[in-house]
Write a protein of this length. Sequence first.
Length: 313
Amino acid sequence: MERYEIETFLTLAEELHFRRTSERLGLSTGRVSQTVKRLERRVGVPLFERTSRQVALTTTGQQLRDDLRPAYQSLQQAVARAIEFGRGVRFTLHVGYSTPWVADLLGLAADAFRGCRPDCEVEIHEIQIGDPLGGLRSGAIDLQISALPISEPDLTIGPVILAEPRALMVPARHPFAHRDTVSMEDLADTPLLSIRGAVPPYWLDFHLPSHTPGGRPIPQGPTATYRTEIPTLVAAGRGVSPVAARGRHYYARPGIAFVPFRDAPPIEYSLIRPTGKDSVLLQAFITTLLEVAAAQRENSSGGGGAASAAPGR
């Protein structure tokens, strides 16, 4: 397989949308479609199921994605290291994000940090919802911002960077879509999507509970391994999913509506790093990150709508 074929396949497997894939890659939708069809002819079976409403991976497509992703990431890292070596970069920090609005903040902090430390590169990585702590424990990630609660003896938590009110992502034709608000008790009346993988049970209990606060059982819907699967499942009417209220600006697509919770606690996003592995360089980046987050809060208090005040999915 050519590198552009792998990149096209993995991007479409993440976006599950031909237009967004073409925009990300700077290609025409026709070129994306042709590349995928060529791969499917080579494999001999479909890799994607396509309808007028959605794109989904077949079982074979899921297997190919899971097999290709680590190898492609290793290839990208090797090229990045060669570029850094040629530029005279001596140090690299790997920082992770769990949601796109956190990625926006990390991007600003990385730009500011590179300005004062040209010998240091900051690589930003998406943390997969099915393995939220694996990168930290393997040493691939030095620092990440993820949703609490996280309580692990080998990880240092804090400070909290963002706090976001919660909304419920629902199919546009769902009865909840016409409400002004929903409550946690309403979850007993609709299937709730969940996540499969190495996710702490207490984290799932907080974000995707099996019972309402009043003790009513919540029907369990399909499970997802990747974040991009969740809006697709919701749009297909397979279930609902809690999300930060600002998720409407990132996940909006036809077939989905966002309804604010009136009684759910906010989602807190905190710094997480391996305990006892701080370095001068890491602490310097954290300082820059906190300064950028504070500036964003100041802007939002003046109507800019960026980061919320601290204590943050």
